[in-house]
Design a protein around this ligand. Structure first.
Ligand code: AMP
Ligand code: ZN
Length: 473
């Protein structure tokens, strides 16, 4: 079967066909680095990671680009409030974002272009739009995109969602980076310098100023992936105006189709409500880590629902993620022991009944528009059948190694396995090492005391034939 994905452009699930061979250019709108990313943002970035891993699993060579929006309205406002330089301000949130991305087990994008380092490309793109007659300088000194002129060239504004363009009044303009459907109007490509911008401005043929948010993504994606590329992703809130404007700017400048396939992830709610600081239901990854959860647990939970369904995030759900991961870890840990030195899968050795099926079922689910629930069902059926075979002692070392190889294959997409040890805090690992030393020295009083100390900290230590193993209580 071939990979099928929903395409917002055609509003249908269709076979994914890259423009060229097995190479896929994929652009995901990155973070606006004005604060720590929240758990809703993380749903979208983990979704992008899942799509990239699914493509790689399907044999595609992906070029994953994720921009860093490091100049836009919200950033300028905070730079002004905090009286620091743009880079001082955005640098710390960009670093935090990349740390969190790693903690969530996401593969690092191949390119992470910053908007402030693409001002020349942005200006060149605006110049093209002006030259083609679809952009104009207004009396306020800013340059706007003319929807009327664009449509006059036979281009479609409103490719991702239906817009009521008849209600639009020619000449209406919107200067802010984010606006509602009701404010459908010409939007700013270059914003003329105003006193509130402080030191954040660049010179350009249109005068001093700064780019609008939408043109940044058009310029960076075209530079990284070409005028037409395969796949563009983002959260559903970006369809309008951001992605619609990206299409208009890019197609308006190049005269070619911008993106073949658009994918949008649905939003995340917390305890059934839109996240907001005033409701107290607003979490960053760091907030959840302070509560004792790990990036791996958050990743698991974010990966539990289909990307086109709204996901209701709860702290109970996160606790449930811990339990589910423990089931997988226990099974994989036992398989490792059973495989022993038979590290290589053996063709002759019979794997547990479900393993033969695991990769087939998992692959079929992913190819069906990334049906993650079907993929998890395959995993948990496999865990149950493997546990049964382990309990019956019906698994040879070669069979266990074959089962492990199947797990590792599916985990190249899930990205949750094999991290158990890495996530054991250093202090806990040090205690376990001290206990091993005490045991070796036959100081059982001390080794028992350390065991109790570990227990009080929420960890049990199990002595196995392969040595001690730490597990969360
Ligand atoms: P921003 O940093 O605000 O530009 O947002 C980064 C990404 O997070 C975008 O793709 C947004 O669509 C996405 N996003 C924002 N809020 C949510 C949410 N509640 N659930 C899922 N994705 C979100
Ligand atoms: Zn974008």
């Amino acid at each position: 079967m071939a990979l099928k994905l929903f395409n917002t452009l055609t509003r249908s699930v269709q076979e994914f066909q890259p423009l060229e061979g097995n190479r896929v250019g994929m652009y995901c709108c990155g973070p606006t680095v004005y604060d720590f990313a929240h758990i809703g943002n993380w749903r979208t970035f983990v979704f992008a990671d899942l799509v990239r891993r699914t493509l790689e699993f399907s044999g595609y060579a992906v070029q994953h680009v994720m921009n860093i929006t490091d100049v836009e309205d919200k950033i300028i406002k905070r730079v002004r409030e905090q009286q620091c330089t743009l880079r001082e301000f955005t640098g710390k949130f960009e670093a935090a974002f990349l740390d969190d991305l790693k903690a969530l087990g996401c593969r690092e994008p191949h390119q992470k272009p910053r908007a402030t380092e693409h001002i020349a490309e942005i200006i060149a793109l605006i110049e093209k739009l002006v030259a083609r007659g679809v952009a104009y300088k207004a009396a306020d000194g800013s340059v706007y995109f003319s929807i009327e002129k664009y449509r006059g060239c036979g281009c479609t504004y409103g490719q991702l969602l239906k817009l009521n363009l008849d209600e639009m009044r020619a000449g209406d303009r919107v200067a802010s980076d984010e606006y509602e459907k009701e404010s459908l109007a010409d939007f700013a490509l270059w914003k003329a310098r105003v006193p509130d911008d402080g030191a954040v401005f660049w010179s350009s043929p249109f005068g001093e100023g700064r780019p609008g948010w939408h043109i940044e993504c058009s310029a960076m994606s075209i530079k990284a992936l070409g005028e037409t590329f395969d796949l563009h992703l983002g959260g559903e809130d970006l369809k309008f105006p951001h992605h619609e404007d990206e299409i208009a700017q890019s197609e308006g400048a190049t005269g070619r189709p911008f993106v073949k396939h658009w994918l949008h992830g649905a939003h995340l709610l917390v305890e059934g409500k839109k996240m907001s600081k005033s409701l107290g239901n607003y979490f960053t990854l760091r907030d959840l880590m302070t509560k004792g959860f790990t990036g791996r647990e958050v990743r698991f939970l974010l990966l539990s629902a289909h990307y086109r369904e709204t996901f209701n995030f709860t702290l109970d759900g996160l606790a449930g993620a811990r339990t589910s991961l423990a089931r997988i870890d226990e099974c994989v840990g036992k398989l490792r022991e059973a495989a022993g030195s038979a590290a290589r899968p053996s063709v002759q050795a019979a794997p547990p009944a479900g393993s033969a099926n695991l990769v087939t079922r998992f692959t079929a689910a992913l190819e069906d528009d990334v049906n993650i629930s079907g993929a998890w069902a395959a995993v948990f059926d496999w865990v149950r059948e493997t546990n049964k075979a382990l309990a019956d002692n019906s698994l040879s070392a070669g069979g266990a190694a074959t089962a492990l190889a199947a797990w590792e294959q599916v985990d190249s997409v899930l990205g949750i396995g094999g991290k158990a040890e890495a996530e054991i805090p250093a202090a806990i690992q040090a205690l376990a090492a001290a206990r091993a030393t005490a045991k070796q020295a036959k100081d059982f009083k001390r080794s028992d005391a350390i065991r109790d100390e570990l227990k009080a900290l929420g960890w049990v230590i199990e002595d196995t034939p392969k040595g001690p193993r730490l597990k969360r209580l």
